[in-house]
Design a protein around this ligand. Structure first.
Ligand SMILES: [Zn+2]
Length: 275
């Protein structure tokens, strides 16, 4: 039986290798992601950033917190806080956020109503805003696959965070990545998840929200058509719709947003780093 411990540690190594160790890229800037190694593994960590639960991923023997950093976050020292298991003492883990200057983009929208909605549009816009806010708060304690697939083939613009001026008027910064592709190009689920919202929204056009677990959320907007319903479980790579030009757009493209702890961050951080 001398070989047995050796064999079991070999097996353990094999298991470690076969576990997905995908992690998003860390980017300690507003709109980026903090990847924080937690120094214990004996109990389940429960940590929050500004009161919102953060995604915890088990990486081999350790836990890692994956924290979305809002675009509006001030550079400087920040922290997540929480508890180990049922322990009472509040723990803090600090990290430093650097400044990042995002560029400004000027966009001409032909449908002026999408830039300056009519009074009669406001009711619809407010209702959709409430549905979006509700979707963003979805959370469960599921184990999350962080190994993401690009949701559409096309030309990616690294346009997350850009300040935008529509028809000469300042609007909210860009909360996702745009992928330019022809109408009808398939849109794939980037990872397993559950469809938590879908609709034809004033600004987003045909939109789908997928919750991947622990508040990790993806949103796909301006689609030509939608192939899934609220409550559907989707698998990584499953077609969820087609690229289109619905809502506030200049042409066909997929708008892809990625949320962590109720914050939209740069989705590019979840894709393999371009060489
Ligand atoms: Zn966009």
């Amino acid at each position: 039986m001398h070989y047995f411990p050796l064999f079991s540690s070999f097996l353990f190594l094999l298991l470690q290798v076969s576990t997905s160790f995908a992690l998003p890229q860390q980017s300690l800037v507003p709109g980026g992601i903090a990847v924080i190694e937690l120094d214990r593994s004996d109990k389940l960590p429960n940590f929050k950033f500004k009161g919102k639960p953060v995604l915890i991923s088990q990486q081999g023997d350790n836990y890692v917190a994956i924290v979305g950093l809002p675009l509006s976050l001030k550079p400087g020292e920040h922290f997540i806080d929480g508890h180990w298991g049922k322990e009472k003492s509040l723990q803090k883990k600090f990290f430093q956020v650097k400044d990042k200057k995002y560029t400004t983009q000027k966009i001409e929208i032909k449908d002026k109503r999408k830039v300056n909605p009519y009074a009669e549009d406001m009711d619809r816009i407010l209702k959709e805003k409430k549905r979006k806010q509700k979707a963003r708060k979805t959370y469960d304690s599921a184990t999350v696959d962080l190994d993401f697939k690009l949701p559409a083939t096309g030309i990616m613009t690294g346009s997350y965070g850009r300040r935008r001026v529509f028809n000469g008027q300042a609007r909210r910064p860009h909360s996702g990545m745009d992928i330019a592709a022809d109408t009808g190009t398939p849109v794939f689920a980037p990872a397993d998840g559950t469809v938590i919202e879908r609709g034809d929204f004033f600004f987003s056009g045909n939109v789908v929200y997928i919750h991947h677990g622990q508040g990790l959320m993806t949103l796909f907007a301006h689609m030509n058509s939608i192939a899934v319903n609220i409550g559907d479980r989707v698998r990584k790579g499953q077609v969820i719709g087609e690229v289109g030009a619905t809502g506030r757009v200049t042409g066909p493209h997929l708008h892809w947003s990625l949320g962590l702890n109720q914050t939209w961050v740069d989705p590019a951080l979840f894709l393999p780093k371009a060489e």
